[in-house]
Ligand binder design. Structure first.
Ligand code: NAD
Ligand code: UDP
Length: 318
């Protein structure tokens, strides 16, 4: 890429799972990257190979406070994504989504930057329509344990669209469905990382409920490709757009795949289902296919292999 095409790109939550992959990809494309993180769930390990890059800058900052930098594009990813972590300090979770969105939108407005929000399939809650399309308004408990995340993300979407209508800000909203891959934290608490770590350590696989609830798992490389296409899409396309893999599995099926691929002898251990745990989730990605020319390329079994290899290495180092 030639210099005149080089952009200054801010990635909030850049030391997290998705953010670290995005930073690496943007650097690879020749851009300058400002990686912002407060290290609540992210780690320096995720961005260690990037720290010496001439076009990489790390800023320790909390998005709930204003930020003054000059950038061309903003990817707003800062927010814990695992239920265990976002329920640890629910007030801070809502602040991160809402105050974080206000601060990053304010920044985008001042410097006239294009801004993308990492929204979530959680805006659909425990959905009544299946698979979920972007025009579905969702079924969310506003006062439950997941509300700090779900309603925070819903409010952030509202803010994005109000800045767009009121201030003509170029916005993009991605609704991300469960994504997995290398750089997930071993103690993250999400299902893919939990099952792989448990299988590798020969500990029981913790199935919440009877394991018949479903999720659709997207490999990280596919998702990051979707982010880049969305950011580069024509200004009039704002989303919201679903990004996820339509391949749907029960949690029991996921456990079996992890056991098969690791060759682990771990037993299944059934635990109570967490409050408001959605029964089913599958993205309809017709809009992303049509508007972004995007599609998924990595089926679950294929994506689990490098993810397992990453955790094997990570656990042997700790
Ligand atoms: P993650 O927890 O690995 O990364 C989040 C990052 O944000 C971490 O590095 C964390 O330290 C940072 N952060 C949290 N609060 C912050 C604050 N107040 N100020 C600055 N930094 C802060 O999670 P992830 O999976 O990489 O998710 C990234 C984004 O994508 C999140 O916004 C999440 O809601 C969204 N998302 C992810 C998924 C998924 O399956 N991975 C699904 C839906 C939505
Ligand atoms: N889950 C599970 N065992 C675990 C972790 C999660 O059975 O050790 C279940 C959880 O109850 C949910 C699904 O796996 O039904 C996905 O959970 P995760 O926390 O990964 O993400 P969610 O989609 O619920 O936000």
């Amino acid at each position: 890429m030639k210099n005149y095409q080089r952009k200054r790109v801010l990635v909030t939550g850049g030391a997290g799972f998705l953010g670290s992959h995005l930073c690496a990809k943007l650097l690879h494309q020749g851009h300058e990257v400002l990686c912002l993180d407060n290290f609540f769930t992210g780690t320096r390990d995720n961005i260690l190979p990037l720290l010496d890059h001439a076009h990489f800058e790390l800023i320790r900052h909390d998005v709930t406070f204003p930020l003054f930098v000059e950038v061309d594009e903003i990817y707003n990813l800062a927010c814990p994504a695992s239920p265990v972590h976002y329920q640890f300090d629910p007030v801070q979770t809502t602040k991160t989504s809402v105050h974080g969105a206000i601060n990053m939108l304010g920044l985008a407005k001042r410097v006239k930057a294009r801004i993308m929000q990492a929204s979530t399939s959680e805006v659909y809650g425990d959905p009544h329509i299946h698979p979920q399309t972007e025009d579905y308004w969702g079924h969310v408990n506003p006062i439950g344990f997941r509300a700090c995340y779900d309603e925070g993300k819903r409010c952030a979407e509202t803010l994005f669209f109000d800045y767009h209508r009121q201030h003509h800000l170029p916005i993009k909203v991605a609704r991300i469905f469960n994504t997995y891959g290398p750089h997930m934290h071993p103690d993250d608490g999400r299902v893919v990382s939990n099952f792989i770590v448990q299988a590798l350590q020969g500990r029981p696989i913790t199935i919440y409920g009877d394991g018949s609830q479903t999720r659709s798992f997207c490999y990280v490389d596919d998702l990051i490709d979707g982010f880049l296409r969305l950011m580069a899409s024509p200004e009039e396309f704002t989303g919201p757009v679903n990004l996820g893999n339509p391949g749907e599995f029960t949690i029991l099926e996921l456990a079996q795949q992890v056991l098969d691929l690791t060759g682990s002898k771990s037993k299944l251990e059934f635990r109570p289902l967490p409050h408001d745990d959605p029964r089913q989730r599958q993205p309809n990605i017709t809009l992303a296919r049509e508007q972004l020319g995007w599609d998924v390329t990595v089926p679950l079994q294929q994506g689990l292999k490098p993810t397992i290899a990453y955790f094997e290495k990570r656990l042997s180092l700790s």
